[in-house]
Design a binder for this molecule. Structure first.
Ligand code: BJ8
Length: 381
């Protein structure tokens, strides 16, 4: 018999089901590593015979518990992630043998120090001046250090062959995901962005031995074959900024219910984190370092390539307006928002809306009012 989290009976059905799925994976001999960021080199985790599982908090749950330790002014994503772990409410954290984390924003990296008291945490030192010559060398060294940590934790050897297989597998998953996102390039999109993002998010929680790539490809084919009777000529929105998993209902679902289409995510909930493949030839550690260093996050300085992406994505997805989501307490995205606004309004000539929010329902009414006005503005343009 396996042990249960102390408050297992309070879990809702979905969480109980996740718990059992992960438990079954462990019975098949799988180890689990919790992750929090797109910079995590998941290939190393697969090569160590483990499965990565995303642990980012996506709701208000856990925040009250986190605030007994963390400042209330901290970003909700950090508080929810820590609080779920601290209060034993997260089945994925419960089963994690360790956590692979990175130095991204200050709040996250300091939270990891506290989390280390709950589970073993390995922190990769992400070079934030990635354009500097030494950044790639330093990040390659971090790939080796992370591999050694996994080898020690699980008493395994990460061979070049296993790592190569993991790289090929993750590239296949990424290509399938990019094709899934691209379904929304068609005007009108045959499927809602909310639905696409639901499928994309579920990929992080794939614990069976079924072929994940085949699954994504099948859903993509089904989505492409759909015809939307209600589509009309709805304005098309790109969402940028902080990850949106914790605000899906009040921003994404409501935006679509109110008459716009969410067609593209220029954030870690969309193609930004998936579109770069790892070179399958040559030194795998160097190739991983090169690939992960390309991700455009506001913790990087400078982060101008984020705007190059935006300039490409807007015409590619035929975008009519851009919404920037800034989570309370996220200084890097909040400061960078000034430049996003200028690129969107002055260069691309599109309406721009910045929503500063958190995971609570307190501002739901205010957000709806602002979404309504934004949709009107796009429709009139
Ligand atoms: S690569 S976006 S997943 S760091 S929102 S916790 S930055 S204060 S989540 Fe992120 Fe990696 Fe970047 Fe993506 Fe801090 Fe900002 Fe909170 Fe954030």
């Amino acid at each position: 018999m396996f042990s249960l989290p102390k408050n297992f009976e309070t879990f809702d059905e979905k969480r109980k089901a996740s718990f059992m799925a992960l438990h079954e994976a462990r019975q098949r001999g799988k180890k689990v590593i919790g992750t929090f960021c797109s910079y995590t080199p998941t290939e190393l985790i697969y090569a160590a015979g483990a499965i990565p599982v995303g642990l980012c908090g996506k709701s208000e749950q856990g925040i009250a518990e986190a605030e007994t330790v963390l400042p209330r002014t901290l970003c909700p994503l950090i508080k929810a992630s820590y609080g779920m772990a601290l209060s034993d409410q997260c089945p994925y954290f419960f089963f994690s043998d360790g956590i692979m984390a990175e130095t991204t924003c200050d709040g996250k990296k300091k939270m990891y120090e506290l989390m280390n008291a709950l589970k073993p945490v390995h922190v990769l030192n992400l070079p934030q001046g990635r354009d500097q010559a030494m950044a790639l060398d330093s990040w390659t060294g971090e790939m080796h250090a992370a591999a050694h940590w996994l080898e020690d934790l699980f008493d395994v050897k990460i061979t070049d062959e296993k790592l190569h297989d993991a790289i090929v597998y993750r590239n296949r998953v990424r290509r399938a995901l990019v094709a899934l996102y691209e379904v929304a390039k068609t005007r009108p999109s045959p499927v809602s962005g909310y639905e696409i993002s639901t499928v994309a998010e579920s990929v992080d929680f794939h614990f069976t031995d079924d072929d994940l790539v085949e699954k994504i490809e099948k859903i993509t084919r089904d989505f492409k074959a759909r015809v939307r009777e209600d589509a009309g000529n709805r304005p098309r929105v790109l969402i940028t900024g902080c990850p949106t998993a914790g605000v899906r209902e009040k921003v994404i679902r409501r935006l679509e219910e109110m008459g716009a289409d969410y067609v593209c995510a220029d954030n870690c909930s969309g193609p930004r984190a998936q579109k770069f493949m790892v070179d399958e030839t040559g030194d795998p550690y160097r190739a991983l370092a090169e690939r992960y260093l390309k991700i455009n996050c506001s913790v990087m300085t400078p982060n101008t390539s984020r705007f190059d992406d935006l300039r490409r994505l807007v015409p590619d997805y035929q975008v009519d307006g851009v919404i920037e989501v800034v989570l309370h307490g996220c200084h890097t995205f909040a400061v960078e928002a000034w430049n996003t606004m200028k690129v969107v309004q002055e260069e691309l000539g599109l309406p721009y809306l910045r929503l500063d929010t958190d995971f609570s329902k307190a501002d739901q009414g205010q957000i709806e009012t602002r979404l309504g006005a934004f949709i009107e503005m796009m429709t009139a343009a």
